[in-house]
Ligand binder design. Structure first.
Ligand SMILES: [Zn+2]
Length: 242
């Protein structure tokens, strides 16, 4: 958020710059309809999702979600879940949804079926050892999937959750760019992919949430996004909600 970076941004981003400076200040509490009662076929919903954690950047994101009373969905790397158990339990107990994002974060499409199943199944056991609940959602690393990956997810009883909006926060380490991308690409039913592995992403989240709520969006978990429809089925791929 340096002045230098502001100078490089298009003028459309300037209003966001002022808002981003409020990061860390106490946010006004907006308590709307509880997320589990929201019907996403009728009202505008969006699901924020975070991949690759937990890491040291997960706690600041959880603080923001808690402060702004919204849930999110986290796709965990198995060994990270074992290392950051406290954060996983915080996610679980505060009503966030938890999904599987493999053990070693490989490009699954180049692996044989047995390795794909092992990546998904082992991470599921690692996550379960922390929360006591087996994940029912799976997101393939790099979004790379083929028929084998889908078959393996189905065999592990998991729905494949992709996304309709990417902030590319792995590439743009600037909260203003992350905010602008999410807010310009979001549509009702969107699944937004972010990462709780970069220092810049947590800085973008408070404003993204406030701006989405100002536009009338309900922030929900991925299962809540589909809760009013047929639900999520194992081995089926989902990119956005209703
Ligand atoms: Zn990932």
């Amino acid at each position: 958020m340096s002045g230098l970076r502001h100078g490089l941004l298009p003028s459309a981003l300037v209003p966001l710059a002022a808002a981003a400076l409020s990061v860390g200040m106490a946010a006004p509490v907006t308590v709307g309809t509880p997320a589990h009662r929201v019907d996403c076929r009728i009202v505008r919903c969006v699901a924020l999702t975070f991949d690759d954690g937990p890491t040291q950047y997960t706690a600041p994101i959880l603080n923001t979600l808690q402060r702004q009373h919204v849930p999110a969905t986290f796709f965990l790397i198995g060994p990270h879940a074992l290392h950051y158990r406290t954060d996983v339990l915080r996610e679980y107990r505060s009503g966030d949804a938890i999904g599987d994002h493999t053990v070693t974060h490989p490009r699954l499409t180049v692996l044989p079926l047995a390795r794909i199943e092992s990546e998904i199944g082992t991470a599921a056991r690692q996550i379960t050892s922390v929360t006591g609940q087996r994940p029912r959602l799976f997101r393939p690393p790099f979004g790379a999937w083929n028929a084998k990956v889908r078959m393996a997810a189905g065999a592990e009883d998991m729905a494949m959750i992709m996304w309709s909006v990417t902030a590319r926060d792995w590439k743009f380490h600037d909260p203003l760019v992350i905010e602008h991308r999410v807010l310009s690409l979001v549509r009702p039913g969107a699944i937004v992919v972010l990462h709780d592995r970069y220092a810049t992403t947590p800085l973008a989240i408070p404003h993204i949430i406030r701006a989405l709520q100002a536009r009338g969006y309900h922030l929900v978990t991925v299962p809540q996004l589909f809760g009013s429809t047929k639900g999520l089925r194992p081995g089926v791929l989902y990119r956005h909600g209703p």
